[in-house]
Ligand binder design. Structure first.
Ligand code: ADP
Ligand code: ADP
Length: 238
């Protein structure tokens, strides 16, 4: 069965009592270990869908199933539990990194919230995720400002990986990076998928970015799904 199954999802933002639909009747599914790309021009509703999957924006209609369970309106303890399995990487890594905390402290945070692991176990997991994203163990002692933009995005990815999530919503995760760095970070996503089996909902305004990453592509235009298929199919039509 799919890991993520979004069915007939609509999201409206309410302004002065009037609902403005940002996405309308969107359906898509992601299988375990798969990357599904969500592409479309700016304002087409990609982030809205990503935020709905993350439980950050409420659905107006439709359902979101995660691993067979209806999580559309999950809140409280249920949502916290879900946050272990579904993580996010955004365009700006600074949003996920507290400048006052060392990288090690940032990476330890979810472990301390969700488990009672001993200090040595936490430190080992931090070393492990830093290695996964290609950073040395010493990075744990330093502060976000001591890293380049690409390295900061690697740290944000490490933060997303700490709890071994099954799905990561990646919302324009390379758009703010230099072109040469973009390629490295895209390769990192591919490697991580191979090594951990994680699935991605990969949001990008740029079809070229997802070409070598996604198995399937969903195209949004002004809130509607206008195309859906394998990467080969969508490229053949582009
Ligand atoms: P329906 O929504 O009509 O039930 P499906 O979603 O089962 O149809 O599949 C219709 C087409 O869309 C198929 O070619 C399938 O490969 C493709 N498809 C289904 N789910 C996705 C997805 N998550 N991403 C991209 N393409 C998809
Ligand atoms: P994309 O990620 O494809 O650029 P968004 O999901 O950010 O698209 O936006 C889709 C539509 O919803 C746009 O018209 C945008 O202006 C609107 N929108 C996004 N966020 C909000 C919000 N918090 N309140 C009201 N409208 C919003």
């Amino acid at each position: 069965r799919p890991l993520l199954d979004v069915r007939g999802l609509s999201v409206s933002y309410h302004r002065r009592g009037k609902g403005t639909p940002a996405i309308r009747d969107v359906s898509l599914d992601i299988r375990p270990g798969e990357t599904v790309a969500l592409v479309g021009e700016s304002g087409s509703g990609k982030s809205t869908l990503g935020r709905a999957v993350l439980g950050l924006t409420p659905a107006t209609r439709g359902t979101i199933l995660f691993d067979g369970q209806d999580v559309t309106h999950a809140g409280g303890a249920r949502r916290r539990e879900l946050s272990k399995s579904v993580q996010a990487v955004f365009q700006d890594p600074n949003g996920s990194l507290n400048p006052a905390l060392t990288v090690g402290q940032t990476l330890a945070e979810p472990l301390l919230v969700h488990s009672r692991d001993e200090r040595s176990v936490v430190l080992e997991r931090i070393r492990e995720v830093l290695a996964l994203v290609g950073l040395p163990g010493e990075a744990a002692e330093r502060y976000p400002r001591q890293f380049s933009g690409g390295q900061r995005q690697r740290i944000a990815i490490a933060r997303a990986l700490v709890m071994s999530p099954r799905l990561i919503v990646c919302d324009e995760p390379v758009s703010a990076l230099d072109l040469s760095v973009q390629a490295q970070v895209l390769n990192l996503f591919t490697t991580l998928q191979r090594e951990t089996g994680v699935s991605y909902l990969f949001i990008s305004h740029d079809l070229a970015v997802v070409r070598h990453l996604a198995q399937r592509i969903v195209v949004l235009y002004r809130g509607d799904v206008v195309e859906k298929g394998t990467t080969e199919e969508v490229y053949a039509d582009a």
